[in-house]
Ligand binder design. Structure first.
Ligand code: PLP
Length: 323
């Protein structure tokens, strides 16, 4: 059997299924391939136990077909979550967002129980206490009806310096109006798709401009999000983030940051934000699941300060959360 074609062949997948890797194969990186990760609507529900629909796989071997639309077209969706001490952070918000992305791309509904089981097993199989766990779902092999899915866990990089001292950011035009999701839903703004070539290109543009990261501005002048993060502004005891009806992702780390803020006497708000507010806010942060929050110390070449006390207290909370 060719490993690259194993994924969409239920019989082969079942034959290759293992419940857990051998002890000597336990690594800090874990890949689990899913069998029929998003069944077609109306398909008879599989009566096979979830554990028989998971296959621990070798990350150094090909697992996905070159005909897979996720590979050839970036036609698929993903989520990345942080896991600490065996707990997947914001698991249900991440799964809800996966479902929303599937809906926006007209993909079948992901089998969430299968993803939950794979996440649990991936975390349990890794020796690392802190993991980035990626969930992927593609439209599958061109012409077929079976979606491709996997869960991949790996240790997180060290973000200590950026978290403590902050990062430099440039603002870039995203090229879409803030209301693109309403006027042009086919642009898939607000879906977390595998087509991240643009998001990668903006990081190269940021590097050319001598910056670490980017804040997107809509073509009609509203602050949106980063290429892989949300934007949070502080005005005294009030935190603000751009409202999510503007084609941006509902951030799980931003949500947890707001939870922390509200539990500690701060107020929070989702609304439209203008670029000049970035210059006058008491602090600006970028929030995302694995990096959590990083303060912005420079925007478009202008130095800015941040509330170091709130930064470290919120970060401590975010890093330690077990849900
Ligand atoms: N916006 C975009 C475009 C992203 O890719 C991400 C995460 O990768 C976020 C926002 C932040 O979302 P979360 O906090 O759930 O990681």
């Amino acid at each position: 059997m060719s490993a690259s074609f194993a994924l969409n062949d239920a019989a082969d997948t079942a034959a290759a299924a293992q419940t857990a890797p051998a002890d000597d194969a336990v690594d800090t990186r874990v890949l689990i391939m899913l069998d029929d990760a998003a069944p077609q609507p109306g398909a008879v529900a599989s009566d096979r136990p979830l554990t028989d629909r998971l296959r621990f796989a070798d990350i150094t071997e090909p697992q996905v077909s070159v005909l897979d639309l996720g590979v050839t077209r970036g036609d698929g969706i993903f989520e990345t979550l942080d896991a600490v001490d065996g707990y997947a952070q914001a698991l249900e918000p991440h799964l809800a967002r996966l479902v929303n992305s599937a809906r926006l791309l007209d993909l079948p509904h992901p089998d969430l129980d299968l993803f939950r089981e794979a996440i649990t097993q991936a975390i349990a199989a890794s020796t690392s206490p802190r993991l980035s766990v990626k969930l992927v779902l593609t439209r599958g092999v061109e012409g077929g009806t079976v979606s491709t899915g996997w869960v991949f866990a790996e240790p997180v990089p060290d973000f200590d310096e950026a978290r403590r001292n902050g990062i430099s950011v440039v603002t870039l035009d995203r090229g879409y109006r803030h209301d693109a999701p309403q006027t042009s839903p086919w642009l898939l703004q607000g879906a977390k798709t595998l087509s991240y070539a643009v998001n990668k290109a903006v990081y190269r543009e940021a590097a050319r401009r001598g910056a670490d990261d980017v804040i997107f501005i809509s073509s009609d002048g509203f602050v949106l999000e980063g290429p892989t993060s949300n934007v949070v502004l502080q005005f005294g005891t009030h935190l603000v983030t751009p409202s999510t009806d503007q084609g941006i992702l509902r951030g799980t780390a931003q949500g947890a940051f707001f939870e922390y803020a509200e539990a500690n006497g701060l107020t929070t708000e989702y609304r439209q934000v203008t670029p000049d507010e970035l210059a006058v806010a008491d602090s600006v942060w970028l929030s995302s699941s694995v990096r959590q929050i990083v303060p912005v110390r420079e925007i478009d070449g202008a130095a800015r300060t941040f509330d170091a006390k709130l930064n470290s207290a919120a970060l401590e909370y975010l890093l330690a959360r077990h849900r």
